[in-house]
Design a protein around this ligand. Structure first.
Ligand code: CP3
Length: 697
C-alpha cells in the first residue's frame, strides 16, 4: 500500500473495536523475548494502529527486520520467526556442468525462476569459469524470467531476457507465457531451480514434449537456530497468536515439519482454525492449501507492504469472521467463503427489520436516517480490476459465473470483504433477464454483450415470452447464499436493469452510440414500444420481488443509458413504466434509481420514484441535491476515472464531495458509474478509507 493506512474503526467491525483475543487468550502474562520475538512495545503514537494490538506472527527470513517494523507500524505485536535458511549447494558441481553444456550449445531455452537463484548460479559458475563466457552463452540462447526479480537480476549481469512472465508470477503464468511464444516440443530447456525442485513445472514442460534439465542452485533448509520458530509454534498452540503472515511457499512446510518434530503438528493445525492466515500470493496460497489449511486473505499484488497493510486493515473483521465460524462448528481449515454462518443470520427481509438491518449504515442512509459516517459502495465493485476475479474468469465464462450461485456469491463476498465497503451488490448482470423471455445473449471475449436475435418491430416483440421468474432461480440462490455468509451489518443490494436500458440492448443487439434502432422504434411504432416496456416491467417486478424474498435488503435499478433521451421523450416513453415498476416493488425495500448522462432527467426520475437517486460526475452534488429536495437520498458523483489519479488527489476529491453533501442524512458515496477495468486496487482502498475517515462524526 502506498501510505500508512489511517482508517479509523467504523461499524463494519462492531464487535471487535478492541480486538483483544477472545476467551482464554486474554489470560496469562505476555512473554517478553529478545529481538525479533514478541515485542509489546508499540511506540507509534502518531499513527492509528490498525492491528490494534493484535498478535501477529510472520515466518519471513531474509527481510525479518523489515517485517517486524512493518507489523509494528501497523500497530501489531510482532513475532517474527525466520523459518528458512538459504544453503548454497556445497559443491558448485551441477552449476558448472550446466554452464559447460550451455557454452557448447546444448540448450535452446534457459528459465530463471528467481533473482537470488540467478545470482547464486552466476556466482557458482564464476568459481571455475570466466563469467563473460557464461553471459555470452546465455545471450545466445532464449532466456526466460518468471518475474520481475529474476528479470532484473539477469539485466544486471548483462542478459536481456527474451520473455518475462506476467503477474502473478506463478509456474502457471510462466507456462502460459511460454506457450504463447513457441511450441516447446523437442526443445532442450534448463530450469534454474530454487529451494525445493518444482516438480509440477518440470512435469508440465515434459508433457509439452520438452527435454528438461533442472539446475539446482541453492536449497531452502531450516535455519540453524530453530528457537524462534519453536517459540512461535508454542505461542500459536497456546492460543496466543491472532494473525499469521506467510511470505513464501516453503514457510508452511517448514513450520509443519518443525511442529511435527516437536510432537505438536496436530495441535498447531487445530490452533490455526482460530488464527487469520494471510498469504502473500498465489504460489504461497497453493502451498498452504496443499498442507490442509485455508487462506483467509491474499492481497491483490504480491508485495510485503500490501500483505501487512491489508491484513492490518481487515484484521478485526477477518478474526471475528473466523472465530464466529469456529463457534458455529465450521471447519475453518477447509472452508469456503460461502460456508460462513453468522448467528441468527437467516436471510432477513427489511420488512421486519432485525437489529442487524437497523444497524446497517447503508440502509439507514437509504431510509434518510442520520449515520455515524457516510456509507460507501462502488458500482462494479466485483470485476476485472481485481486479480482474484480475473483468475476465476480464466477458468469459467462470465455467464457460467453468473449462473453458478456458489461462484456468484463468492465473487460478491470477495469484493465486499477485500474493499471493506458498506454494501454488497449481488454479482449478476442486467441482461440475464432477457434469456428466459426469448432474447439470446452472449458475452464474447473483449467485447461487450451481444444479442443474437434483436427485437426491432411489433412482430418480434409479440413473440417474446412472459418471464417465468423461476428461470432465474440461480440469482435468488446466490442472494440467499450471500446474505447468509455476509457480515450482518453489511447490506446486500439486489438489482435489475431499468426497462429502457434493457430494451435498448434488446433492440440494438448490443451497446450503442446513438440508439438509432431504439429511438426509431419509439417514433415509428409507439404502441410496440409501450408493449415492450410493459413486458419488461412485469418481468422485472417479479424478478426483483423474488430477490427481496431471497434476502436482498435494498434494490438498485440501472438505467445506465436513459440519458440519451430528451425530457419530453422520457416523460412519455419511460416515466410511466418506471412508476409502475417501482410501485410494484414489495414492502418498504429501499430503491436506488440510477441513471447517467442527462441532469435534465433528474427531476423526472424523482417523479418516477425511488428512495435514492444516482448522480453522475457531470453535475454538482450540492446544487442538484438542493434542487431535488432533501427528502430524496443521493448516491454517486465521483468520476470513475478519478480513481486513476494519485491517492492524494483521490482523497481531495472524496473530501470535496463529502463537503458538498454536508453530512446530511441520505448521502451514499459511490462513483458516478462503474469502476473501470485497470483501476489500481490500492486506489480503491484509499477511496474507501478516505470516505470513512473524513466523514466520521
Ligand atoms: O456492480 C457489481 O459489482 C455487480 C455486478 C454487475 C455486473 N454488471 C457485472 C458484469 C452489475 C450491477 C452489472 C450491471 C450492468 N450490466 C449494467 C449497468 C451498469 C453499468 O455499468 O451501466 C450494464 C449496462 C450491463 C451490461 C453489461 N454487462 C456490459 C455493457 C458488459 C460489458 C462491459 C464490461 O465491463 O466488460 C457486461 C459484462 C459484465 N457485467 C462484466 C461484469 C463484471 C464483465 C464480464 C467479464 O468480462 O468478466
Amino acid at each position: 500500500m502506498f501510505s500508512v493506512n489511517l482508517r479509523k474503526p467504523c461499524n463494519w467491525f462492531p464487535d471487535i473495536s478492541h480486538p483483544a483475543p477472545l476467551g482464554e487468550l486474554t489470560n496469562g502474562p505476555l512473554l517478553v523475548y529478545s529481538k525479533t520475538f514478541w515485542n509489546p512495545r508499540v511506540d507509534t503514537p502518531d499513527m492509528t494502529n490498525n492491528f490494534d494490538g493484535l498478535r501477529v506472527v510472520s515466518f519471513e527470513s531474509r527481510r525479518a527486520d523489515e517485517m517486524e517494523k512493518l507489523i509494528e507500524r501497523y500497530g501489531g505485536l510482532p513475532l517474527v520467526a525466520p523459518s528458512m535458511a538459504e544453503t548454497p549447494l556445497s559443491e558448485a558441481g551441477e552449476a558448472i556442468a550446466f554452464a559447460r553444456q550451455l557454452i557448447t550449445g546444448e540448450f535452446d531455452i534457459v528459465v530463471f525462476l528467481t533473482g537470488v537463484g540467478a545470482n547464486s548460479l552466476k556466482d557458482a559458475v564464476a568459481t571455475q569459469l570466466p563469467a563473460a563466457q557464461f553471459i555470452e552463452a546465455l545471450n545466445k540462447t532464449t532466456v526466460v524470467a518468471r518475474g520481475p526479480k529474476a528479470a532484473s537480476a539477469l539485466r544486471k549481469m548483462g542478459v536481456e531476457p527474451h520473455l518475462v512472465a506476467g503477474e502473478p508470477n506463478t509456474s502457471r503464468a510462466l507456462l502460459t507465457a511460454m506457450d504463447g511464444k513457441q511450441s516447446l516440443e523437442g526443445k532442450r530447456i534448463a530450469i534454474q531451480e530454487y529451494g525445493a525442485p518444482n516438480k509440477e513445472l518440470l512435469k508440465s514442460l515434459q508433457q509439452r514434449g520438452a527435454n528438461v534439465t533442472p539446475v539446482p542452485t541453492y536449497r531452502w533448509t531450516l535455519p540453524d537456530d530453530l528457537t524462534p520458530l519453536r517459540t512461535a509454534i508454542q505461542e500459536i498452540v497456546n492460543g496466543r497468536v491472532d494473525i499469521s503472515l506467510f511470505t513464501s511457499a516453503p514457510q508452511i512446510r517448514n513450520l509443519l515439519q518443525v511442529a511435527n518434530e516437536m510432537g505438536l503438528e496436530e495441535k498447531l493445525r487445530n490452533a490455526f482454525r482460530r488464527i487469520v492466515i494471510a498469504s502473500i500470493g498465489p504460489a504461497c496460497s497453493d502451498a498452504i492449501h496443499e498442507c490442509g489449511l485455508a487462506v483467509d486473505h491474499e492481497p491483490d499484488t504480491t508485495r510485503m507492504g500490501n500483505l501487512v497493510g491489508d491484513a492490518a486493515r481487515l484484521s478485526a473483521f477477518l478474526l471475528r469472521r473466523k472465530r464466529t465460524a469456529v463457534e458455529n462448528g465450521v471447519d475453518t481449515n477447509h472452508w469456503q467463503r460461502v460456508d460462513m454462518r453468522w448467528p441468527g443470520d437467516q436471510s432477513r427481509p427489511i420488512r421486519d427489520p432485525s437489529p442487524d438491518a437497523r444497524r446497517s449504515t447503508f440502509l439507514k442512509a437509504c431510509r434518510g436516517e442520520a449515520t455515524d459516517y457516510t456509507p460507501i459502495w462502488l458500482m462494479r465493485q466485483a470485476g476485472r480490476f481485481q486479480r482474484a476475479y480475473r483468475q476465476l474468469r480464466s477458468k469459467v465464462s462470465f455467464l457460467e459465473l453468473c449462473k453458478t450461485p456458489e461462484l456468484s456469491a463468492e465473487v460478491t463476498l470477495m469484493a465486499v470483504e477485500t474493499l471493506a465497503v458498506d454494501a454488497a451488490i449481488i454479482f449478476a448482470d442486467i441482461l440475464l433477464i432477457l434469456e428466459p423471455i426469448g432474447v439470446d445473449i452472449s458475452f464474447d471475449k473483449g467485447e461487450g454483450p451481444r444479442i443474437g436475435n434483436p427485437v426491432r418491430n411489433a412482430r418480434e416483440i409479440d413473440r417474446l415470452r412472459d418471464l417465468n421468474p423461476g428461470s432465474l432461480q440461480f440469482v435468488y440462490d446466490a442472494v440467499q447464499m450471500t446474505r447468509r455468509a455476509l457480515a450482518p451489518e453489511v447490506a446486500l443490494i439486489g438489482f435489475a436493469g431499468a426497462p429502457f436500458t434493457v430494451a435498448s440492448y434488446a433492440v440494438e443487439g448490443g451497446g450503442s452510440r446513438n440508439y438509432q434502432n431504439t429511438k426509431s422504434l419509439i417514433y415509428r411504432d409507439p404502441g410496440a414500444w409501450h408493449a415492450l416496456m410493459e413486458r419488461l416491467v412485469s418481468a422485472t417486478t417479479a424478478y426483483l420481488n423474488r430477490q427481496i424474498d431471497a434476502g436482498a435488503d435494498a434494490l438498485q435499478l440501472f438505467d445506465s443509458w436513459v440519458g440519451c433521451l430528451s425530457p419530453e421523450d422520457y416523460r412519455e416513453f419511460v416515466l410511466p413504466h418506471m412508476r409502475t415498476l417501482i410501485g410494484g416493488i414489495n414492502d418498504s425495500t429501499p430503491v436506488i434509481h440510477f441513471g447517467t448522462g442527462n441532469p435534465a432527467l433528474l427531476p423526472l426520475q424523482k417523479e418516477a420514484g425511488g428512495n435514492v437517486i444516482g448522480l453522475d460526475w457531470r453535475v454538482d452534488l450540492a446544487q442538484e441535491w438542493e434542487k431535488l429536495g432533501y427528502d430524496l437520498g443521493v448516491q454517486g458523483n465521483l468520476d470513475p476515472v478519478a480513481l486513476f489519479a494519485p491517492p492524494r488527489e483521490i482523497r481531495k476529491r472524496a473530501k470535496s464531495i463529502l463537503e458538498k453533501a454536508e453530512g446530511r442524512p441520505g448521502h451514499i458515496f459511490n462513483l458516478g458509474h462503474g469502476i473501470l477495468p485497470g483501476t489500481p486496487v490500492d486506489h480503491v482502498l484509499e477511496l474507501v478509507d478516505a470516505v470513512h475517515e473524513l466523514s466520521r462524526k
